[in-house]
Write a protein that binds this ligand. Structure first.
Ligand SMILES: Cc1ncc(COP(=O)(O)O)c(C=O)c1O
Length: 397
């Protein structure tokens, strides 16, 4: 029997595909510092678990396909704090930001249509596009200028009659880039001029390290019909396992059609929404403590990486990732070697090879993505192991 080309051509997640090798390393007695995945170690606010404890329905029923109305109201109130004016009917709750992304891509593009994405990008943008026949057209950005967007002319050159949308994460995974107001306006102008959707993945909205302004696409009034906002409680409230995200847009036709997808998958988990609505009511001061912690970690990892000979890294401004160029022949080989062959004090480090974060062949071969989601002691130990691993690696450049 034959499998579909679209599933066979889908790449395995570069973040997760090496997990069996890491599991083997752990079985052999090694401690593995996981810098490969954006799984924060920050405690989920207690209100989430308290809400679950007080859930006393006798039947665990389906929830509405639209989502729990109280949760949606909590999101409307949350968005207001950022001057994003959504009504309840503008928001649909999804199974994580992941499902929201898939819904958005299906809703705006047909097979053989194109979506522009600044690369390196969150690898699942490709993961979701390929199986539905949509092509990711990369807009290449570089660590050498802090992953800034290219000029209007360069961006417009990539647009074809099949281009349907621009998809970007801001703050960026894996780059940590935070786009300026001018860059957001540039994308808005292009979207308007070429009649494109903007799929704005803002799941890291609060993770900004520095005194600069953050501009959400939700605040660019003149293109609200084009804008689709993707959100999630996974990182925002350190609740990755709850699988609660959302898709929001002022475009009524889009949302009416996305609703068909929402109805066909029936609903998102009832109980998780009960906890999620309490999270969206958490006082914004919560983010200050979380940000202070991530900022310290960013500063620490950035400083330690800069001390390793041959390593090239730019200071990320947001999210909790960085793309790092290593002095190695092939980053995937190096990551596997670190898991299989190397240890220091019975421990090793796992990172995500960055090639899968690019659509342009050949880019990212000697790069990894590091997620600084561990505490400072663990990050210090992990950087020491990385440094020693690079010294010992036979494929050193
Ligand atoms: C940029 C970005 N968007 C979306 C997601 C999906 O998150 P979730 O499905 O857990 O909400 C992630 C997860 O890492 C992400 O980094």
């Amino acid at each position: 029997m034959q499998l579909s080309n679209r599933i066979v051509s889908m790449q395995a997640s570069p973040i997760r595909k090496l997990v069996p090798i890491a599991d083997k390393a752990k079985k052999s007695g090694k401690k593995v510092y996981h810098l490969n995945i954006g799984q924060p170690d920050i405690e989920t606010p207690k209100v989430f678990f308290d809400a679950l404890k007080h859930f006393d329905e006798k039947v665990l029923a389906y929830s509405s396909s639209h989502g729990d109305q109280e949760l949606i109201q909590a999101m409307v109130d949350y968005y207001k704090k950022y001057d994003i004016e959504y009504e309840k009917s503008d928001i649909i709750i999804t199974n994580g930001g992941s499902e929201a992304l898939l819904f958005a891509i299906i809703a705006v593009a047909d097979p053989e249509d194109e979506i522009l994405v600044p690369e390196p990008f969150y690898t699942n943008y490709n993961g979701f596009s390929v199986p539905v026949g949509v092509t990711v057209k990369p807009i290449t950005t570089s660590p050498l200028d802090g992953f800034r967007l290219p000029s209007k002319e360069a961006l417009e050159k990539v647009i074809t009659p099949r281009t349907r949308a621009i998809l970007l994460s801001n703050p960026g995974n894996p780059t940590g880039v935070v786009y300026t107001r001018e860059e957001i306006q540039l994308i808005a102008d292009i979207a308007k001029a070429h009649d494109l959707f903007v799929i704005a993945d803002e799941v890291y909205r609060e993770f900004i390290y520095g005194d600069f302004e953050y501009t959400s696409f939700g605040t660019v009034k003149e293109i609200q019909d084009h804008v689709i906002i993707i959100d999630s409680i996974s990182k925002r409230y350190s609740a990755c396992g709850a699988r609660i995200g959302s898709i929001a847009s002022k475009n009524k036709a889009l949302m009416a059609n996305v609703m068909k997808l929402a109805q066909s998958r029936l609903c998102v988990p009832t109980i998780e929404q009960v906890g999620a609505k309490e999270l969206y009511k958490v006082d914004p001061s919560y983010f200050k403590g979380v940000n202070d912690e991530y900022r310290k970690r960013r500063d620490l990892v950035f400083k330690l990486l800069r001390e390793i000979p041959g390593v090239i890294v730019e200071e990320p401004k947001g999210a909790f990732y960085m793309v790092v160029k290593l002095p190695v022949d092939d980053a995937e080989k190096f990551v596997i070697w670190m898991l299989e062959e190397f240890s220091y004090k019975e421990a090793t480090v796992m990172m995500a090879p960055a090639e899968g974060f690019y659509a342009t062949p050949g880019l990212g071969v000697d790069e990894v993505r590091i997620a600084y989601v561990l505490n400072e002691d663990d990050l210090t130990a992990a950087m020491e192991i990385l440094k020693l691993g690079l010294e010992a690696y036979p494929g050193k450049k």
